[in-house]
Design a binder for this molecule. Structure first.
Ligand code: P6P
Length: 346
């Protein structure tokens, strides 16, 4: 038997068990919970990889709670995530982007201590054109006692774990349990997610900025001023624009190569388009754990208090340099506003 242990891949299960030891009192329930997500990810991945062959492309025809045409893969991914998580006794409640209301699985069980909020297939409008899509998830711990409906509306700093699965040129699971960010690539040969990116760190400064430029004209002034600076080289380098239109893919590139991803307030989405609880919060937790920052343009995303599980929020997430420069733009815009107010005729 080889003595070189580096030959043996570290699977996500092994890594989670190692992380598990950080959760005092958790008796393997956390790793069992996360294994529900990895199982679902493999099942979704198998369908995504064959989408063009299984006549599973295209719209299911139904309209989901977001008013969006449900793609067949959306429906499948939602069912697989719900079923895989539903059998984990440690989960009290699940909430999905595809369902208007959360599903309460175990209201009174003292063992059911976790709440999982997820988007089963983010970016699904890109499925038919073979663009990367992703699954996002956020895990929060609920207070002891009988589950009450408001137990789910918690700020992002209460997340105990979060992450995403990116169905791209390879399938990757990226997660944090509060002890760094770790990436696992699915090895189709053995059907396991194996550690490929341990302790991911977001570069202090990158070279890409990522925003849907068609919204430029109706963004708030501080966002326009900031983007002008990214393009002009004002922040020490001329940035290159990269936008896939699938948040998980755009954020994954930002996490690995640095730079900034922005979904600002727009005319069609004045409160932003992305969802706080199952898109912005996981991304913000990962970004901070990797040395970056994430705000809604004014305050830290992880401090935002949701009013509803489908709340939207603007999001700007990136490396320290990019986020510091945005903050300067915002302060300048505030100063300009106040000086204009002072000059305003009485
Ligand atoms: P736009 C995909 O539909 C999504 O929810 C995110 O994954 C993505 O970042 C965003 O919408 C893209 O929106 O307005 O640029 O098409």
């Amino acid at each position: 038997m080889s003595s070189d242990r580096s030959e043996y891949p570290v699977t996500v299960q092994q890594h989670i068990l190692r992380e598990q030891k950080r959760f005092p009192g958790a008796s393997g329930e956390f790793s069992w919970l996360l294994s529900g997500i990895t199982l679902a990810a493999k099942m979704i991945e198998a369908k995504v990889r064959r989408a063009g062959l299984n006549n599973i492309l295209g719209a299911q025809g139904d309209i989901n709670v977001q008013g969006e045409v449900q793609q067949k893969l959306d429906v499948y991914a939602n069912r697989v995530m719900s079923d895989s998580l539903g059998v984990r006794d440690s989960i009290a409640v699940i909430a999905s982007e595809e369902n208007e209301q959360p599903t309460v699985l175990r209201r009174q069980s003292p063992q059911a201590r976790y709440i999982v909020v997820f988007d089963p297939l983010d970016g699904s409008s890109n499925i038919d054109v073979n663009v990367s899509v992703g699954t996002t998830f956020s895990i929060i711990k609920r207070p002891q006692g009988v589950y009450c409906d408001n137990d789910i509306l918690r700020p992002g700093y209460e997340q105990v774990a979060a992450g995403y699965v990116l169905y791209g040129s390879s399938t990757m699971l990226v997660y944090t349990a509060g002890n760094g960010v770790h990436g696992f690539t699915l090895d189709p040969g053995i059907g396991a997610f194996v550690l490929s990116h341990e302790d991911i760190r977001m570069p202090t400064q990158g070279k890409y900025y990522s925003v849907n430029e068609s919204h430029y004209a109706d963004m708030p002034p501080e966002f326009r001023k900031y983007i002008d600076g990214l393009r002009s080289g004002q922040y020490g380098r001329k940035y290159v624009s990269r936008y896939i239109g699938s948040m998980v893919a755009d954020f994954h590139r930002t996490l690995l190569t640095g730079g900034v991803f922005i979904y600002p307030p727009t005319k069609s989405h004045p409160s932003g388009k992305l969802r706080l609880m199952y898109e912005a919060n996981p991304v913000a937790f990962l970004a901070e754990q990797a040395g970056g920052k994430a705000t809604n343009g004014q305050e830290r995303v992880l401090n935002l208090m949701p009013d509803g599980i489908h709340d939207r929020t603007p999001l700007i997430v990136g490396g320290l340099t990019e986020m510091t420069e945005f903050e300067k733009c915002r302060r300048d815009a505030l100063r300009q506003d106040s000086s204009e107010l002072n000059r305003a005729p009485i």
